[in-house]
Design a protein around this ligand. Structure first.
Ligand code: ADP
Length: 425
């Protein structure tokens, strides 16, 4: 399974997980809201009982409606009952609101034998499922009708009411989940878009370099033949062509090797070898090369052997890249030092120069592909920003590391460390 699928699966599982957790919290919230509601209803019931216990304006009116006594008010029976029903409704509503309950309700006032005496102005249809809270009233009304009056409070659809109360948690929770989903999808989309772009750019560069290889090889061959046949006056020009063609060949090789390293083709061939003779000869070759250019090159290659399990060709190219850079990014009185030694089961190869140096900011980026320091004298020095990235990849394939210590204007030291296959001090 590719990494994209793994990330998408983890993302989906996480979102489903968060949603389930949210749902569970919601259920807990609902249960808590129910417990709290019952507690509040308990207080309201006490308050209502207390309010209807003694004779007052409300119980007096309700009493007249219950006993169907219209003489006192001089009104029709319906009007007295309507008035009592509304006043009782307001009284209950007020008591509920005092406890913070603001939801629809109905009520009935019955005696034990279930004759309905009074009902709320509105009522629910008979087949609604209602939550009922009966309150047995005592005191004035009980004495008046000589039976136990039961006031029943009825609520429907309380879940809707609880959910409405929890909206302060549900809506932000949903919005946050949506925001996370949106941002992650956007990040994944742009990440894979970028990756696709980089892959196609790399493919283009690799194809182009492949195409360049044949003509460059032909020019190399032709210039070699030309060199053999040239008269003295043209020889210098032909030599110039050859050195430039060689440089171009090297760059092409590096781009192609880098592409192979990236694609992890069976490009690397590791063998257990002694790297010491290889680095000695590399150092000698470099010395020969730089004496012509007036560069002070010194080397210190310690210990007897460097047994490594490595692709010698790749390691050699890596060290060569560092030496080439030390030669490229110089000032006057160029000094380059190659130091090789074993320590703590590792081989260390250090290339130190007194060149232009690198700022702290840039040292973080010079190992990135195509990165070149874009200030100062950089335009004088040709390059493509692939050398150090190439070295870093080679190190990774050998479980090694590369670090840089550098001071701008003073010089740099690049240090490679590689695990030794056999360590005997
Ligand atoms: P290139 O040399 O082709 O530009 P590299 O990947 O080898 O690419 O190097 C990346 C950048 O790091 C260079 O452009 C240069 O600015 C900086 N650099 C590398 N080696 C040195 C050095 N020895 N001294 C100063 N700067 C260096």
């Amino acid at each position: 399974m590719n990494s994209k699928k793994v990330y998408i699966i983890i993302f989906i599982i996480s979102i489903v997980g968060i949603s389930i957790v949210q749902y569970q919290y919601l259920r807990i919230g609902l249960n808590l809201a129910k417990v709290q509601f019952n507690q509040k209803i308990g207080y309201t019931v006490d308050e209502i009982k207390e309010g209807l216990r003694s004779q007052n304006e409300l119980t007096f009116l309700v009493g007249k409606a219950l006993t169907k006594d219209v003489n006192y008010f001089n009104l029709s029976m319906d009007s007295v009952q309507d008035a009592a029903s509304y006043f009782m409704n307001d009284f209950i509503k007020d008591k509920l609101l005092q406890q913070g309950i603001n939801t629809d309700f109905t009520y009935t006032l019955n005696a034990r034998d279930s004759t309905e005496y009074l009902a709320s102005p509105t009522s629910y249809s008979k087949d609604e499922i209602l939550l009922k809270y009966p309150i047995v009233l005592d005191g004035y009304l009980q004495r008046l009708i000589n039976r136990d009056p039961i006031l029943e409070l009825q609520f429907k659809n309380l879940n809707k009411y609880f959910l409405f109360q929890l909206n302060g948690l549900i809506i932000p929770g949903l919005l946050f989940i949506l925001a996370i989903v949106f941002v992650i999808i956007w990040v994944l989309k742009s990440f894979y878009g970028q990756k696709k772009l980089i892959t196609s750019t790399n493919e283009f560069i690799n194809n182009l370099t492949h195409e360049l290889k044949t003509p460059v090889f032909s020019i190399g061959l032709a210039s070699k033949i030309l060199q053999e046949r040239s008269s003295n006056e043209n020889l210098e020009l032909v030599k110039l062509i050859r050195t430039q063609v060689d440089k171009l060949k090297n760059q092409i090789e590096k781009v192609l090797e880098l592409a192979s390293l990236e694609e992890k083709k069976n490009f690397i061939e590791k063998k257990v070898i002694d790297f010491k003779p290889i680095i000695l000869s590399l150092s000698k070759d470099f010395e020969k090369l730089v004496t012509l250019e007036n560069i002070d090159f010194s080397s210190e290659i310690n210990n007897d052997n460097y047994i490594l399990n490595c692709d010698a060709y790749l390691l050699e190219s890596a060290v060569n890249s560092l030496l080439e850079n030390a030669k490229k990014y110089t000032k006057e009185n160029v000094k380059i030092k190659l130091l090789v030694y074993k320590e703590n089961k590792k081989l260390f190869i250090s290339v130190k120069d007194n060149g232009i140096g690198i700022s702290e900011e840039d040292t973080k980026r010079i190992f990135d592909k195509y990165y070149r320091v874009s200030s100062g004298d950089i335009h004088k020095v040709k390059g493509y920003g692939i050398g150090l990235n190439y070295v870093k990849r080679i190190m990774k394939l050998h479980k090694g590391k590369i670090i840089v210590n550098s001071t701008l204007g003073k010089g740099s030291e690049f240090i490679i460390s590689l695990p030794l296959y056999k360590y005997d001090k």
